[in-house]
Design a protein around this ligand. Structure first.
Ligand SMILES: Cc1cc2nc3c(=O)[nH]c(=O)nc-3n(C[C@H](O)[C@H](O)[C@H](O)COP(=O)(O)OP(=O)(O)OC[C@H]3O[C@@H](n4cnc5c(N)ncnc54)[C@H](O)[C@@H]3O)c2cc1C
Length: 409
């Protein structure tokens, strides 16, 4: 008899997983459970087109209701998995129900880091879910006055850029690191981004932390107090201070976790019957040569596909080169590969500062490790092919303006 498969979490990883299971020929029972009220949706537009008001909720659908019906997937919404009994192979849910599984997928993703200070005032929130995005979208419409964005990562910057273009309001970014995108972009690309925000009149407070909020009589923040003692006025505050993996369910079930549910290159946890994929996992990445946790759609999709293939009997392994994108103002940033901790060289092509160019980053062994492009999608795609093929290209060649990666492929 075909095995019964249960997947917890119905976002990029969970939905790709169940779709891939059917594509790979699994004909047995599949149950997909989400603790959110909505049909699964694309997350990247939440800080971009949806926040601008140019994308409807329907247009965000990862897969609509008809997909689950026609693929014979039992999709359950608004239900939290609260416990796993590994010996009995059962999952317990918030409504008291229990599901038995032969194979379990944990695609529980990540959640915003909790603010360590006082209780959050009404007009302070983070952005992770469609519900958060709806609330923020309404809050922007319902308020006037300055907006403060705490955090200098991609989601924070996308929101700041979106509101800068659509609201004309005063926006200040507060960033505890001395530069933007300290975890996810090179200093060169971060400088391009910072210039663009400054040119649009967005305020920048670098190297200071948001410490607390001053509150008005109705319980709203009216200012953000920083670690240097200054206060920035605010009528709306967004916290973009990073995310934490949702690993508690796995931990409570005795599965090894270490800043993410630990999985191997086949997305298996320490229990042969339990797989995990996406933002909730930490995996050994062959490209990086170490264990990493990635927070991007590519990783969620590719891990989910590998897990489905393995369950369907293939010897699949997750070896994909990481890539991701971000849209801010008129710029599309795309990165492929991983920035080396220490690098020997960065070669610039074109003029990224003027809105079109690329940075090629080399590791200490002189190997090409990552390519960051600005408004060069074709170069990004070719870079993906190059790095996926395990190829490198010398810095001298890249520095030649006449060079085209296509020559190598
Ligand atoms: C605003 C925004 C913009 C982004 N932009 C980009 C971008 O441009 N490019 C890019 O590559 N990435 C982007 N990302 C990151 C990308 O969205 C994530 O990497 C991706 O969503 C990870 O998918 P996932 O399925 O692993 O986890 P998640 O998307 O976090 O989904 C996990 C799901 O599991 C549910 N869940 C958790 N615990 C339980 C439980 N116990 N029971 C039931 N359900 C549970 C959660 O509620 C959630 O629905 C963005 C993220 C955000 C928030």
């Amino acid at each position: 008899m075909e095995r019964a498969i249960v997947a917890i979490g119905a976002s990029h990883a969970g939905v790709q997983f169940v779709a891939s299971l059917r594509e790979q020929g699994h004909t047995g029972q599949i149950t997909l459970v989400s603790d959110e009220p909505d049909f699964p949706y694309h997350k990247p537009p939440l800080s971009k087109a949806f926040m601008k008001g140019t994308a409807s909720v329907e247009s965000l659908n990862l897969r609509g209701p008809h997909f689950f019906q026609s693929a014979g997937i039992d999709f359950r919404r608004g239900l939290s998995a609260i416990g796993i009994d590994r010996a009995a192979r059962q999952v317990r849910f918030s409504d008291g129900s229990i599901l038995s599984y032969d194979v379990l997928m944990l695609a529980t993703g990540a959640r915003p880091r909790v603010w360590a200070g006082q209780a959050l005032p009404h007009n302070v929130s983070a952005l992770r879910s469609l519900n958060d995005a709806r609330r923020l979208h309404n809050a922007v419409a319902d308020t006037v006055g300055p907006i403060v964005v705490v955090g200098g990562g991609y989601v924070s910057l996308e929101l700041a850029a979106t509101w800068c273009m659509t609201t004309g309001r005063d926006i200040t970014i507060v960033n505890s690191a001395s530069r933007l995108l300290a975890r996810s972009a090179s200093p060169e690309l971060a400088a391009v981004v910072e210039n663009r925000f400054r040119a649009h009149g967005v305020g920048m407070r670098m190297g200071v932390q948001a410490r607390q909020f001053t509150i008005d009589a109705s319980g709203n923040a009216r200012g953000v107090v920083l670690s240097d003692g200054t206060e920035i006025p605010a009528s709306l505050v967004v916290l973009g201070t990073g995310v934490l993996p949702n690993q508690e369910l796995a931990l409570a079930a005795g599965l090894p976790c270490d800043g993410g549910i630990l999985v191997d290159e086949q997305c298996r946890t320490a229990d042969r019957a339990i797989f995990a994929a996406g933002d909730c996992t930490r995996h050994f990445n062959g490209y990086a040569g170490r264990q990493i946790r990635l927070e991007c759609v590519q990783n969620a999709h590719d891990q989910a596909r590998v897990a489905a293939a393995v369950i369907c009997g293939q010897d699949a392994r997750y070896h994909q080169v990481p890539w991701f994108w971000s849209d801010q103002f008129d710029m599309k940033f795309q990165t492929v590969g991983l920035l080396p901790d220490t690098r020997s060289l960065c070669v610039t092509r074109g003029t990224p500062r003027d809105g079109k160019g690329a940075y090629y980053h080399y590791d200490m062994a002189g190997k090409l490790a990552a390519i960051e492009t600005v408004n060069m999608p074709a170069e990004h795609m070719l870079g993906r092919k190059l790095l996926s093929a395990g190829m490198s290209v010398s810095a001298d060649r890249v520095a030649d303006p006449a060079f085209n990666i296509r020559q190598l492929l």
